[in-house]
Design a protein around this ligand. Sequence first.
Ligand SMILES: Cc1cc2nc3c(=O)[nH]c(=O)nc-3n(C[C@H](O)[C@H](O)[C@H](O)COP(=O)(O)OP(=O)(O)OC[C@H]3O[C@@H](n4cnc5c(N)ncnc54)[C@H](O)[C@@H]3O)c2cc1C
Length: 413
Amino acid sequence: MRFVTTIIIGAGQSGLAMSRHLTARSIDHVVLERGEVANSWRTERWDSLRLLTPNWQSRLPGYAYDGPDSDGFMAMPEVVRYLGRYADVSGAPVVTGTRVTKVRLAPGGYQVSTSQRPWQCRTLVIASGACNIAAIPSQTAGLRHTVNSLTPMQYRNPGVLADGGVMIVGASASGMQLAREIHASGRHVVLSIGEHVRMPRTYRGRDIQWWMDAIGAMDVRYDAVEDIERARHLPSLQLVGTPERVTIDLNSLRKSGVELVGRLVGLGDGKAQFSGSLANNCALADLKMNRLLASIDDWVDENGFADRFPASYRYEPTDVGPKTRLSIDLQDSGIRTVIWATGYRPDYSWLDVPVLDRKGRIRHDGGIVAAPGMYVMGLPFMRRRKSSFIDGAGDDAADLAAHLSHNLDRAAA
Ligand SMILES: Cc1cc2nc3c(=O)[nH]c(=O)nc-3n(C[C@H](O)[C@H](O)[C@H](O)COP(=O)(O)OP(=O)(O)OC[C@H]3O[C@@H](n4cnc5c(N)ncnc54)[C@H](O)[C@@H]3O)c2cc1C
């Protein structure tokens, strides 16, 4: 058994940012990682994926993008190299190839069993990721065995799919990007759409992420939001990072030939049934996008910056076409694969401390978990809107490291 003051579980950006802050505070710690640094980016993403956040926004404590294309979007091998270098330059004490298999309460802290040696610590930071498991709806059970079922974590490129058409369920960033790529490979694609967040890539001459950063939208705190539960469960933005800075929206997908249908409500007897709420969901998404654009316009005007940017404008409302199908016979329509782009969730199967609610979610207040000396990082809107993004890890780690350090000081006094 080895003893260390703090154990961080996971060497993604969250764990590495926390490690950097603990080092600055001279708190001895290790980062236990089941794979290698940036394991999720290495092993759980599809081949063509690029960040949807621009390179300049991959800011981490004491580290920033310094390459030649600060407005570009990193491909996965670049993200892996970027985080790998960060781990090196910050001297993060990462122990790779070490899977945490159990965390239990122990006198004065936690006992941590791993696939290697056991550890004990006084404080624990769970930075094991918010997207460990694809969240699949119960409808999968109604799928016939002749239809393949995949998640974005399993998908790599169109070449891995069985011949035939593809139904993608979910129109957030993952679903939209996969629909675009798979349709471009020459297949029929049906995209099933529920609540979604429409977002243009650029507005008034700037990237939308630049605007959200400028107006402070990404810094909004969790305790300043009326309905934080809802905010934490919003789908990801309909964005893609491409060198051409294309906007990906339902209009562009439909024009290219992707078939749009409503939210999947049933699957059985070889048939998929969809809700009739597609037009309403799209109208709501348009409304919300326009609200964001209006708040950008307000910020420009209030700051007297109108002459620095092109005049304001609005995008075409979403047009789902004259008629969308409410039911599809998968066999007759040639659909051979269903991809469940319905979100992700964390895996806490190794956590043997009573801190989970009845839905299996960790109970925390801005990352301070309801157990002494335990913290969590990287969850959606955990302390700020940007908490689950690369750019959000630094501020959250600074706050939580300060809290953790104060905790240790109090215990020592
Ligand atoms: C498809 C996709 C695209 C995204 N695109 C962007 C983007 O463009 N820009 C952006 O800012 N964010 C993006 N995100 C969101 C976010 O940045 C990533 O999810 C990121 O990986 C989260 O970093 P993290 O450090 O919190 O978790 P992770 O990167 O998931 O790191 C957690 C680490 O913990 C390890 N681990 C897990 N369980 C254990 C265990 N039991 N024992 C030991 N180690 C363990 C994992 O191997 C992993 O290395 C995207 C997310 C997804 C899913």
